[in-house]
Design a protein around this ligand. Structure first.
Ligand code: FES
Length: 200
């Protein structure tokens, strides 16, 4: 298989599990284009981000024009258009989060990781970006790391959370192929978002 990170434009082949899963998903819909979002997730899960190979794979498996796949992939922030770290932080910067301190979270991430948005730390562990509302405004400010929400944060609780992630290296990804969320942080229900305790 071609270098997964280079995006050489070939449709390529993903794992047998991914190929089987996409066939299964396509069968559920009268039109294959309805499967575009789970197909993009599968490609991202296998390739790490939506590169040329991912776009060609989805277009090929769903018999869709490349432009249609690109339109969907570039519209949604959950599809990574650039390589990301093992833990990719999305900081919500929309109104509720902004009022409640999103800027402080972003400033803390930049200062701790010494990278700008869309950069990756030298050890490949972290990357971050700012995104629009993630739908959890009631517990602002919040971030998403890979596929898990962390809410009600302050720079201090975020710092402690990042320490914990560096130590535990938890699986915070949802697998579309296996249809399950990773094990998550120890002692936290993996299917629930993590809400930092209020500071006294
Ligand atoms: S404004 Fe941040 S989750 Fe909605």
């Amino acid at each position: 298989m071609a270098d997964k990170q280079s995006g050489n434009g070939a449709a390529g082949t993903l794992s047998d599990a991914a190929e089987n899963r996409i066939k299964e998903i396509v069968q559920r819909y009268p039109h294959s284009k309805s499967a575009i979002m789970p197909a993009l997730y599968i490609a991202q899960e296998e390739l790490g981000w939506i590169n040329d190979e991912a776009v060609h794979w989805v277009a090929d498996r769903l018999s869709l024009p490349l432009a249609h796949v690109i339109q969907v992939a570039t519209f949604y922030t959950m599809y990574y258009k650039k390589p990301v770290g093992r833990y990719h932080i999305q900081v919500c910067r929309t109104l509720s989060c902004m009022i409640c301190g999103a800027k402080d979270l972003t400033a803390h991430i930049k200062q701790r990781l010494k990278i700008d948005a869309h950069g990756i730390t030298d050890d490949g562990m972290w990357s971050f970006e700012e995104v629009e509302c993630l739908g959890s405004c009631g517990t602002a400010p919040m971030i998403e790391i890979n596929d898990v929400f962390f809410e009600n944060l302050t720079p201090e609780t975020l710092d402690a959370l990042m320490d914990r992630i560096e130590k535990e290296q938890p699986d915070l990804r949802y697998s579309t192929v296996r249809q399950e969320l990773g094990a998550g942080l120890s002692g936290e229900p993996k299917s629930r978002v993590y809400v930092a305790p209020a500071e006294s």
